[in-house]
Ligand binder design. Structure first.
Ligand SMILES: Nc1nc2c(c(=O)[nH]1)N[C@H]1C(S)=C(S)[C@@H](COP(=O)(O)OP(=O)(O)OC[C@H]3O[C@@H](n4cnc5c(=O)[nH]c(N)nc54)[C@H](O)[C@@H]3O)O[C@H]1N2
Ligand SMILES: Nc1nc2c(c(=O)[nH]1)N[C@H]1C(S)=C(S)[C@@H](COP(=O)(O)OP(=O)(O)OC[C@H]3O[C@@H](n4cnc5c(=O)[nH]c(N)nc54)[C@H](O)[C@@H]3O)O[C@H]1N2
Ligand SMILES: [Mo]
Length: 772
């Protein structure tokens, strides 16, 4: 199976490589930010937008879900937040003339980078059956086409409504309401590929699928473990929080196969000293093998238990017995399993030295308040849920949940991905949520579960689903097994994308396709009742308002809530008693409904208007109450797993460069990792490279091996000798999604295992010839 690099793309992929950097942010970051911002927005817009990011009267940064502190700097943004803003507030435009000049077949040969760089989409566009080009279409006609296709379906479950995590609470609430009134729970979202494993593990163990710490907690912690996360690139503002924690005496351990620049040294661009000197953040770097985390935490748990056995000295009080007795369930079984953990197996699974783990243990035992932060390095493995459960065991053992300075901190990706879930974007909604929805709207929402992302692709592939609607995102670009997914998408009768910018999903279409251009976070949103704001929820459960201030990219754009409201009217017609028109006119009327359906949103309109917003309740954090099936925090016991690596193979993780936002590519550099001018690189440990006879600079195909025997190939990657953990490799997503088998997912969360792909490396051009 081949994934040809796009032919005819004016963008050259010719990576140049220098030594990786050891410090993140600082002056080069500021220069880089301003350059990108001005290229996209010009001087005036740059000043107009960047000063409004994350201010109390401004808009929420579309970059990531990291919370804003209470004392905000004038410039409360980071390099990568600024790039996200520039990308959206760009002055470049994709008009109907552009589509007239570029047939879909031409666009399909372009890279995602090129597509995204063309600018903001200005008018609704329609690709009729058999047509070569998208053509401009009036909004009313677009909604009529959607209605036609949806009504023609044999069952509401043949429709899929995908959401990417930038969508506001208001739009998300309307979309799930519409889907359920229409009759389906098919509400897959980007979370299915992201923190679903965290949600699964946390729901089961602590009774709520969200993190339990605030920024204040981070500042008060004694020990912060950052596992499987690259904050320097993906959550740069988190580095300020880590710096502050350190200044107050916290220790930091990072667990990662890669030495990531931000964790090594951070030059805070918001303080003069920080800019010059920078602070080392890491106290201990555990360079773990991909997928070794469950084994690591399991062994630490055994060692904590053993420390608590030894009556004397440091050992006593190693576990929090009163907490365990009063608040937890399943301790005995867990402890027996943990005690059986094996040093040798752990060293194999983790690739770590005994002394490193002993050092980590000393730091763990010395800490009274411990927080574990994590992201995709833990969630995208077959045993991701078991791994995160082991992290919970680790925290429960010493009572590190539900008190200041301690807790679980899954660091979310998209800026409102957590809020979308709170609003009911979920294919497996809780019965209580549906009951409340039914009561408020007088509907009867379906109770059977819908499809998640992977099941949606399978349903399209198998002809079970026929209409695909996306509220944002880039479904075919972000999902695994690119060739399978693209073929599946082409079987749809209609694909609809509510989008700001062009991407791959617009050119891999169903029989008919629509692009519905929408307002972004930075755009002013004026409806019949006047200027509107929307709300979002950050990674720590804070809900606040977001107000755009820019003139929209074109007068033809509709807001996301308006698009859902008009689609609902076109599809449901007179049958719906829901006041869709009113919702479109005044978003406060949507918030009124939310306040009556979603717990924690009482008096929503008044509280949202407050500067800084409000914090949602979180039972474990607020009252040490655990709303699980047992009514306690659950210890769990599962066999230790770690990826098996056949001889001569490498374990590939697919990750982000410094110049991308998921499938949106800002540029071709990955500054901290020393890579410039190209993205088709594979990072390999020099010793592994030598054993495989791969010189630095050689070109190789990545061929993934999975039990279905299908050969998945990504050709033409430049080998970079890089200090990753032994046996491991790294390359960027989405170029490598072609290698991730659709069926290779995490147990119980069904998240694609895109951080542990077994690959062999074949010299480009010398392989089976199947590559090109
Ligand atoms: N600028 C920018 N910001 C972003 C995004 C973006 O693309 N660009 N994306 C947003 C989104 S949606 C998300 S979900 C987050 C993603 O944020 P991250 O999770 O930081 O993103 P990744 O680049 O996937 O990095 C995964 C990290 O985990 C490490 N890792 C991989 N495998 C393992 C493992 O087995 N064990 C351990 N311990 N570590 C491992 C990798 O080396 C890497 O440091 O960022 C959000 N913010
Ligand atoms: N191999 C591999 N695959 C992965 C991952 C990985 O680490 N490795 N990470 C996974 C993760 S964590 C995630 S979250 C997913 C991301 O999956 P998605 O969220 O689907 O992808 P994005 O690239 O973030 O979507 C970008 C598009 O969103 C649209 N957009 C941007 N802003 C707005 C807006 O305000 N409104 C609307 N309507 N549209 C907007 C633009 O058209 C843009 O092209 O990818 C997943 N896929
Ligand atoms: Mo994500």
């Amino acid at each position: 199976m081949a994934a040809k690099p796009p032919a005819g793309d004016p963008v050259q992929d010719a990576p140049q490589v220098a030594a990786p950097q050891h410090a993140a942010a600082g002056l080069p970051a500021i220069g880089h930010t301003l350059r990108i911002a001005q290229q996209q927005m010009g001087m005036r817009r740059t000043a107009q937008t960047l000063l409004k990011v994350n201010q109390k009267d401004g808009f929420d940064c579309p970059g990531c879900a990291w919370p804003e502190g209470d004392k905000r700097h004038t410039a409360e943004f980071c390099e990568n937040g600024a790039k996200a803003v520039a990308e959206e507030a760009t002055l470049r435009r994709v008009t109907p003339d552009f589509f007239a000049a570029h047939p879909v077949a031409d666009l399909a040969t372009r890279s995602g980078y090129w597509l995204g760089q063309q600018g903001r989409i200005t008018e609704p566009m329609y690709l009729p059956e058999g047509a070569e080009r998208y053509e401009a279409v009036p909004w009313e006609r677009a909604f009529a086409i959607i209605a036609e296709e949806l009504k023609a379906l044999g069952s509401p479950d043949a429709a899929l409504f995908y959401t990417s995590g930038r969508t506001s609470n208001e739009a998300a609430f309307l979309l799930q309401l519409f889907a359920r009134e229409f009759g389906t729970n098919n509400l897959p979202d980007c979370s299915n590929m992201c923190h679903e494993s965290s949600g699964s593990a946390l729901n089961e163990t602590i009774g709520i699928g969200k993190g339990s710490v605030s920024l204040e907690d981070l500042h008060q912690a004694d020990l912060i473990i950052v596992a499987g996360q690259n904050p320097g690139t993906n959550h740069p503002r988190m580095l300020s929080a880590l710096e502050k924690a350190k200044a107050a005496g916290a220790k930091i351990i990072s667990v990662n196969p890669l030495p990531e620049a931000g964790m090594e040294r951070f030059k805070n661009p918001q303080t003069p000293m920080g800019m010059l000197k920078g602070a080392a953040l890491n106290d201990l770097f555990l360079q773990i093998r991909i997928g070794g985390d469950q084994a690591l935490f399991r062994l630490l748990n055994k060692l904590i238990l053993e420390a608590s056995d030894s009556a004397s000295g440091a050992g006593s009080g190693a576990t929090d017995e009163p907490f365990i007795r009063e608040h937890t369930h399943g301790y005995e079984e867990f402890a027996a399993t943990a005690r059986a953990a094996d040093w040798d197996e752990t060293l194999t699974a983790t690739g770590l030295e005994r002394a490193e783990i002993e050092e980590a243990l000393r730091m763990v035992l010395a800490s009274k308040r411990t927080i574990v932060c994590w992201a995709m390095g833990l969630t995208q493995h077959k045993h991701a849920v078991a791994t995160i459960r082991e992290v919970v065991n680790f925290l429960l053992l010493r009572g590190n949940i539900g008190r200041p300075g301690a807790g679980v901190c899954p660091v979310r990706g998209h800026s409102n991905v957590q809020g979308d879930r709170t609003m009911g974007i979920f294919e497996r909604p809780a019965p209580a949520f549906l009951d409340a929805l039914d009561k408020e709207f007088g509907i009867s929402a379906p109770r059977h579960h819908g499809f998640d992302v992977v099941r949606s692709i399978q349903a399209l592939r198998d002809g079970e689903a026929k209409v695909f609607f996306a509220m944002g995102g880039n479904f075919v670009g972000a999902t695994p097994d690119t060739e399978v997914t693209e073929a599946a998408m082409r079987r749809a009768s209609l694909t609809v994308h509510v989008s700001t910018k062009l991407n791959r999903s617009h050119v891999v279409t169903g029989r008919r396709a629509l692009i519905l251009p929408t307002l972004g976070r930075t755009d002013k949103d004026v409806q019949a009742s006047g200027k509107q704001f929307v709300t979002v929820e950050d990674s720590m459960g804070m809900v606040h308002a977001s107000r755009g201030n820019l003139t929209p990219a074109s007068p033809h754009l509709l807001s996301e809530p308006a698009i859902v409201a008009r689609m609902a009217r076109a599809v449901l017609g007179e049958e719906s008693a829901t006041p869709w028109e009113e919702f479109e006119k005044d978003y406060a009327t949507i918030r009124d409904r939310i306040s009556r359906v979603v717990p924690g949103f009482e008096d929503f309109n008044a509280r949202a208007a407050r500067p800084g917003g409000f914090t949602l309740p979180h039972a474990p954090r607020d009252e040490r109450r655990f709303p699980t099936a047992t009514g306690k925090a659950n210890f769990t016991a599962a066999p230790v797993e770690y990826p098996e690596l056949p001889e001569g193979r490498l374990l590939l993780q697919t990750l982000r460069s410094h110049d991308q936002y998921n499938t949106t590519i800002y540029g071709l550099d990955d500054r901290y990792r020393g890579i410039k001018g190209g993205r088709r690189v594979v990072l390999v440990h020099p010793e592994d490279a030598r054993a495989l006879d791969l010189a630095d600079g050689a070109y190789t195909d990545l061929v993934s091996e999975w039990k279905d025997g299908v050969e998945r190939r990504a050709p033409g990657f430049r080998v970079v000798h890089y200090p990753t953990a032994r046996g491991c490799a790294a390359a960027y997503y989405p170029e490598t999604n072609v290698l991730v088998p659709l069926g290779a997912t995490a147990d119980s969360s069904n998240t694609p295992a895109s951080k542990s792909v077994v690959v062999r490396l074949e010299p480009t051009g010398a392989g089976t010839g199947g590559g090109e």
